[in-house]
Design a protein around this ligand. Structure first.
Ligand SMILES: [Fe+2]
Length: 298
């Protein structure tokens, strides 16, 4: 074999080795992407959050809240895993922050079945989300009836007082924008003393409005629980905290975790279901567990 032929043969070998390496790398990337896609649409991540404030009444010190948001008619064997995850937290209260139903896949039997199961765990409080309003009136009536039969308190622009250890906390549930004037109406019946106040509100983009409107109206909003953004659907750690979210558009501000504005804090759940046929990536289902602590922040 001539020298030239030898060089050609070596070059060929090198090229085919490069091809193999490239194929392996592409295969590994494809596998990892597929695995992450499955994880994001299957796994339920639990996030423990401690809400520490001197405004928390002593009677509520250590109270544990599980927030379940954006269930979207999920159903199937998923319910067993979700109910087990919630139960093992042994929560004092469960806050359901909207979109239990789905307005694209509108069979609400799964939503009703979930409501029945979750109501057996502990006291449940619920606000409706946009999908719950976009199903038919009959279906929402069915869901409301299911809540009533199973002792789930539905808050539609109203509040309730929760008592624990001799103390009181105000729980407000709002379902529409702050401009509808309901805050003023609601305040007419507000307790005279300014109680520690928790808000359930599906839409995180209303954060500033809730904080400012409630303060201007002589009320307060210490802690808000919201959902709706589904984590922004695609997340990349340290780079992208959500690609897009309804009501906030591209690169949304409020997608997951804790936010602060003045003395108001907001917790946003990425939700435990997918709306319609959407899927997530690097954005697993999100169960929020919030423990109240009655002491000032360090
Ligand atoms: Fe949703």
């Amino acid at each position: 074999m001539s020298t030239e032929e030898k060089i050609k043969k070596t070059e060929k070998k090198r090229l085919s080795r490069r091809k193999i390496i490239l194929l392996i790398v592409a295969g590994v990337v494809a596998l990892m992407t597929a695995a992450e896609f499955v994880r994001s649409n299957y796994y339920i991540e639990t996030e423990n959050i401690v809400y520490k404030s001197e405004n928390v009444p002593e009677g509520f010190d250590g109270a544990k809240i599980v927030q379940v948001s954006d269930y979207h008619n999920h159903g199937g064997s998923y319910d067993d895993r979700l109910i087990e995850k919630i139960t093992e937290q042994r929560p004092d209260y469960i806050f359901l922050t909207g979109d239990i139903a789905d307005s694209i896949q509108t069979d609400i039997d799964d939503a009703k079945s979930f409501l029945k199961k979750v109501s057996k765990i502990t006291d449940c409080y619920l606000v409706w989300g946009n999908h719950d309003y976009d199903i038919s009136d009959e279906q929402r009536e069915e869901m409301a009836q299911c809540c009533e039969e199973n002792g789930i308190i539905v808050l539609e622009n109203e509040f309730t007082v929760i008592e624990r250890g001799g103390d009181k906390m105000l729980l407000v549930g709002t379902v529409s924008g702050m401009d509808s004037g309901f805050v003023g109406e609601m305040l007419e019946d507000y307790p005279e003393e300014k109680l520690f106040t928790v808000w359930l509100h599906h839409y995180p983009e209303d954060f500033y409005e809730i904080a400012e409107t409630s303060e201007a109206a002589g009320s307060r909003a210490d802690l808000i629980f919201a959902g709706h953004a589904h984590g922004g659907l695609i997340r990349l750690p340290y780079i992208l905290y959500g690609l897009c979210a309804p009501g906030q558009g591209f690169f949304p501000e409020y997608t997951s975790g804790v936010y602060q504005y003045g003395s108001t804090r907001m917790i946003v759940s990425r939700g435990v279901g997918n709306s319609g046929y959407t899927k997530r990536f690097l954005d697993p289902f999100h169960l929020v567990v919030c423990t109240l602590e009655s002491q000032s922040e360090d």
